[in-house]
Every structure is written in C-alpha cells, then in structure tokens.
Design a protein around this ligand. Structure first.
Ligand SMILES: [Zn+2]
Length: 317
C-alpha cells in the first residue's frame, strides 16, 4: 500500500515516496530508511536529508522559515504589495503567454499537476486551469502549501504528474540541475513542463538566491523535454526599471531613507514596463528581465548536441 496523506484532501490519490530513497511511505514513515516524516497543521514536511532547508528549524518557527530568513514581516510585505509594480508583463505579452500555456495544458486532459514553489498566491494556476487538480508545494509553511517539499528531492514516484510548473523558483534552488532532474522524473512522458526564471534581476530573497538563467541555459537544464516555446517572460524595459529602482533604493543605508526611496522608485519607474509591448521580438531578449521555457516530456534524454541543434534552428517566438 503506497501512502496517501489523509488529512490533506488535495493530496488524495497522490502517492508519496521517501524524498531520500524513493521507497513508498507508510503513514509518512519510510520503511527502508526507517525515517519518520513530520506533519504540521495537516501539511506533511517531506524534505530530503541533503536539503538546504532544515526540518527542525521549519517546524520551530511560527512566521515561516523562508519569510523569517528573508526578514520581511507581514505588514511590510502587505505595504510593498500595494505599491505600483516596477516589473511586469505588458498585456500583449501576458495574453500571448497565457494562450501558449493554456494550449499546452489543454493536451493534459485531466489528472494531477504539480506546482513547485507555489508561493504567496498558489491558486492562480488552478483558477486558470481548473481541468487539472493542482498540488502546491513550497518550502514556506506560512504560504499554506499542500506539502512542504524540496525540488531537489521530490516525494513523488516517477511519472506522477500531467504537468509540472516552477515559476520564478529555480534561482532560489541550491542545485538547479538536481531540481531539473527531479521535475522531469515526476512528469509523465507527454506531460507539460513550464518554468520561468530571471535573467537580469537584482538579488532577492537572500541568502537563497543562487542563479540567473539565459534562455539557453534554462532549456539545457531540461534535456528530457522537447521545446514548445522559449521566450521572454518579462522584457528589457522591465529589467531596466528594476535596475533603476534597485539603484535608487541602494544609494541609501539609513532605514527610513531607504523606505522613502523604495516608494519613490515605484512611482518613478513603474510606467517603464509598458514599453515592453514594443519589445516582443527576439532581438530585444539580450537584456530581458526573465525567460520562460515550455516543454513536453520525452521518453528519452536528449544528447547535448541534439539540444543545441534545435536551439540553433529555433523559430523566433
Ligand atoms: Zn527512505
């Protein structure tokens, strides 16, 4: 009997395995490692032994491990979220990307999909694509995910999901190659992979900020997939606005001056992202803020030269 976690309805029908050795769990216990995994408030915590996140620290903190580490309180976060956003997609790009994602996910007719690093707003995907049942995983208990898992050691059997999504997550992962292997392992052949990650973007979420990705680096990580699309996710004007905003704030060391500069920056630079509607063609990608890769899982791993041949001949998206 493969473990299901009864306290959490969104995990019904989803098999759980040991993130370390992949043996099927029984009541959150690994019969091979003899390790008991905890659950708190109905959320199982299934971290591999090599995780950068400590299970003990996570269970001990009340405000959430990641939030506490990044030292941003709830009040400050709420205030920041009310200010105009400096980066973002123009409507033309947002609609193009949404259509592309919807058309790829439409082929995953029904079943269970996984969102890794589901974050503060975990339900946007399930609202947009309700024909799939979404399992949300995160390393932040405070976001109330369905489970706490580390993408470098996922607690699911091979080929568990119709789709696997990680938006703006990989830059925060200690070992992105391991994350890519795991995301592809739990995806069924023919299933849809969606990842986005920043390219030109300031440090954030310190110290859990490890990488930036070119579109080619992003694609190369996922060598068990064929590309559906590889394109900018947020454009060069967005990137420039964020640079200026960050530069302005970081001119100051004193807390109140920094706060004032942060607010001023939002009003001074937030208009700039709208110019990205005129920067949609590939030649504008050189300094884009973020890239998106949409792929379909193959039944075999591609040779690096196969990956590169397809990239040299890729159509402009
Ligand atoms: Zn085990």
């Amino acid at each position: 009997m493969i473990a299901e976690f009864p306290a959490c309805p969104s995990l019904a029908g989803v098999s759980l395995v040991c993130p370390d050795c992949k043996a099927p769990l029984r009541d959150l216990r690994c019969p091979d490692c003899e390790r008991d995994y905890p659950a708190t408030g109905g959320i199982p915590v299934l971290l591999p032994s090599w995780s950068v996140f400590s299970e003990e620290a996570m269970l001990r903190t009340t405000g959430g491990y990641y939030a506490e580490k990044t030292r941003e309180g709830a009040a400050k976060r709420a205030f920041r979220q009310r200010l105009p956003r400096v980066s973002g997609k123009p409507a033309a790009l947002r609609s193009r990307i949404s259509k592309m994602i919807a058309s790829a996910l439409a082929t995953a007719s029904s079943g269970v999909a996984l969102q890794v690093g589901s974050g503060e707003n975990p339900y946007a995907l399930s609202a947009a694509h309700p024909h799939l049942r979404w399992v949300n995983s995160d390393v932040e208990l405070g976001y109330r995910p369905d489970l706490v898992a580390d993408v470098t050691g996922l607690p699911f059997p091979d080929a568990s999901f119709e789709a696997v999504v990680a938006q703006q997550v990989l830059e925060h992962v200690y070992d992105p190659a391991a994350a890519a292997r795991e995301m592809q392992r739990v995806l069924r052949p023919g299933g849809v992979l969606l990842v986005s990650a920043p390219f030109i973007y300031p440090l954030h979420g310190l110290p859990y900020d490890f990488q930036r990705f070119t579109p080619f680096g992003l694609r190369a990580l996922f060598d068990w997939t064929e590309p559906i699309a590889l394109c900018q996710d947020a454009g060069p004007w967005s990137a420039l606005a964020v640079q200026l905003d960050s530069r302005l704030t970081n001119l100051f060391g004193q807390r109140h001056l920094r706060g004032a500069a942060l607010v001023a920056g939002r009003f001074l630079f937030s208009w700039m992202k709208h110019l990205d509607r005129f920067a949609l063609s590939p030649r504008h990608q050189a300094t884009a803020a973020s890239f998106l890769y949409l792929g379909r899982k193959l039944d075999r791993q591609l040779h690096p030269r196969q990956v590169m041949a397809a990239l040299r001949n890729r159509p402009a998206v």
